[in-house]
Design a protein around this ligand. Structure first.
Ligand code: M6R
Length: 605
């Protein structure tokens, strides 16, 4: 995720900007830049790679003198991690320079409009439209120009903007992206994260959506979206730096679990154009495709297992899921009639790369769904859809998984529409459900305050079983993996109907069984399995809709999930299981963000 900082005061701005950016490094980034205003001129310096490179290039900021400036760390979404795509971005006349955190959803249409008016674009980013719009609207007052610009933008943004003609002034505006103002003495700051502020001030103003602010060394004025000045409370920052880097959460994993509504929104919103799904610049050629093979490792593989149901239902093409480490050595039967979909958060997983190469060598067409822009898998595949989850730091994936699923759902609907295998009514219904996924994810996060208590009850277990059928079974696979990898408790996922073919022999008094019962069409059957394991002494924790009163009377404990269309339900159902694994691991004092023996990116076989 990108980070932004800004300074106006009496000291040179560049060193403070560089220090602020360093504090944002933990968020992950692939390029960085700063812009400083001095004597009616703005100088910009950018690098790909580390802030250390930017420090070197600017000689610790000395090459960019001036007391007002803005800075940015970029995590590539629109366009590869290159210097032209790095922020800050300047207007064509160089008078306006902008940094941006978020995604401008309607940037393509704004870009067309600006191109038609003769503006030149130097980058592939969505942000650059902002610099040109501000130039277009400027009539001697930066704040008014930014207000007119913001009125044209759709999406999420925290913007910091400086103008060569307005010394000592920074204008900021926020909409659905974090933006905090730091109140100093004779100097003022802004940042996307308090981490970048605490070294300078502990007095902060938190902007709300739609609010603007004008920062000068002498003060900060805040305005509502109509331009009326408003009073804002100054809050005291009490976090220490370490906690602040995790946004106040104890672990990155919890922070990333909580980020899921926003991450899923970022994956969906830019791809919905009215009632049509537009998959980036990618026109995926499905002509003659007779089978789809999804391949990946770990959680990414389980995302594929869950999405298989949606793709088959909507596209009427058989889908098989193959572990990449198996597929690569399996002499796979495929050819030009096969679409292989490779899922990978990192885009660098060795087995997934090898499986992709193997499939391509047999003539299959390849679609990659990855999070890291410019990664190997993204480059090798014929088409790539990014998940836009932002950097994932905890080894155990959470938002990586849910955004992979989300993009697979988008693909299933898009392909079903294209192949005419989904009727209009179902398409509209599923599209509306897809749009509500961020809200449903938030509900799933909010509706289970009991999970820490349940973790206290179950954390001493030697083993756990996760059971379910159909899409619930696919979620059980991922739920069990989460439990194993961070709590070190043996966890086995089982198709509920398979229990009596052997595994039920393992049931004994107090054996925890997590039973997923969210798919109405098959829940009755899973409930029979709950009765069977309870008869053998198991302690059942059911994951179900609150309205399912029958389960309430069967299970020992309950976790609730909101009702979601069954084809899309996995993305929401997994949330309480992530939380359960997290709190169980916490009870067991495990190293949650860096579990033993595991690496974030498995680049070796
Ligand atoms: O980067 P990738 O998505 O290709 O990684 C695949 C697996 O290594 C990854 O999902 C792994 O299973 C995680 N530890 C799960 O939390």
């Amino acid at each position: 995720m990108c980070g932004i900082v800004g300074y106006t005061g009496t000291q040179n701005a560049a060193p403070a900007l560089l220090e602020g950016l360093k504090k944002l490094e933990y968020r992950g980034y692939d390029s960085a830049g700063i812009a400083v205003l001095e004597n009616g001129r703005i100088s910009v310096s950018k690098v790909t790679g580390r802030i250390a490179g930017l420090e070197e290039k600017t000689e610790g900021g000395a090459l960019l003198p001036g007391t007002t400036g803005i800075g940015h760390t970029r995590w590539a979404t629109h366009g590869a991690p290159t210097e032209p795509n790095a922020h800050p971005h300047a207007s064509n006349d160089g008078r306006f320079v902008v940094v941006h955190n978020g995604i401008i959803e309607n940037y393509m249409e704004l870009k067309q409009e600006l191109l038609a008016k003769g503006y030149r674009f130097e980058s592939e980013t969505d942000t650059e439209v902002v610099a040109h719009l501000v130039e277009m609207y400027y009539r001697g007052d930066l704040k008014s120009a930014v207000m007119r610009t913001a009125a044209r933008l759709r999406g999420s943004y925290a913007l910091g903007i400086i103008c060569a003609e307005e010394p000592d002034t920074v204008i900021v505006v926020r909409e659905a992206s974090p933006l905090i103002l730091g109140v100093g003495i004779g100097e003022n700051f802004f940042a996307s994260d308090v981490t970048a502020l605490v070294a300078y001030t502990r007095n902060a103003i938190y902007l709300e959506d739609g609010e603007f602010a004008k920062l000068t060394p002498d003060g900060i004025s805040v305005f509502d979206c109509t331009g009326h000045e408003i009073e804002k409370k100054i809050s005291r920052i009490t976090w220490d730096i370490q906690a602040a880097e995790k946004g106040g959460y104890d672990h990155f994993m919890l922070k990333e679990i909580m980020e899921q509504p926003r991450a899923v929104k970022a994956a969906i919103a830019p791809r919905l154009h009215g009632s049509e799904i537009v998959l980036d610049d990618t026109d995926i050629d499905l002509t003659g495709i007779r089978k789809i093979v999804i391949t990946a490792c770990g959680s990414a593989y389980y995302a594929g297992c869950a999405a298989k149901y949606a793709i088959e239902a909507l596209c009427r093409i058989p889908v098989t899921t193959e572990l990449a480490s198996e597929l690569r050595y399996s002499d796979p039967l495929m050819g030009e009639d096969t679409l292989v979909i490779v899922l990978s958060q990192s885009g660098e997983t060795a087995d997934s790369i090898a499986a992709l190469r193997e499939c391509k060598s047999r003539g299959a067409r390849a679609l990659a769904i990855v999070n890291v822009v410019g990664s190997t898998i993204a480059k090798i595949a014929d088409w790539c859809l990014y998940t836009w989850a932002g950097p994932e730091i905890a080894v155990a994936t959470t938002k990586g998984y849910t955004t992979q699923l989300t993009v697979l759902y988008l693909f299933a609907l898009y392909a079903g529409r294209k192949l005419k295998t989904v009727d209009d009514a179902s398409y509209r219904k599923l599209l509306s459900c897809l749009k509500s996924l961020p809200k449903l994810l938030q509900q799933a996060l909010d509706m289970n305050p009991e999970i820490p208590r349940l973790a206290k009850k179950y954390h001493r277990a030697d083993s756990m079983f996760f059971i379910g059928r159909n899409t619930d079974y696919a979620v059980a696979l991922e739920g069990a993996l989460k439990m194993k990898e961070i709590s070190y408790i043996h966890a086995e996922s089982y198709a509920a109907g398979e229990l009596k073919h052997g595994t039920i022999a393992l049931m004994h008094d107090g054996q925890p069984v997590i039973a997923l019962c969210c798919n109405d069409a098959i829940t009755e059957k899973t409930m029979s399995n709950i009765v069977e394991v309870k008869a053998r002494g198991a302690e059942v924790l059911a994951v179900a809709h609150r309205e399912n009163s029958k389960i309430l009377s069967l299970a020992d404990d309950m976790i609730f999930v909101p009702r979601v269309h069954p084809l899309l339900s996995a993305a929401v159902e997994i949330v309480p299981l992530q939380l359960l694994a997290y709190y169980v691991a916490k009870e067991n004092n495990c190293d949650i963000d860096k579990p033993k023996n595991l690496a974030k990116s498995v680049t070796v076989e």
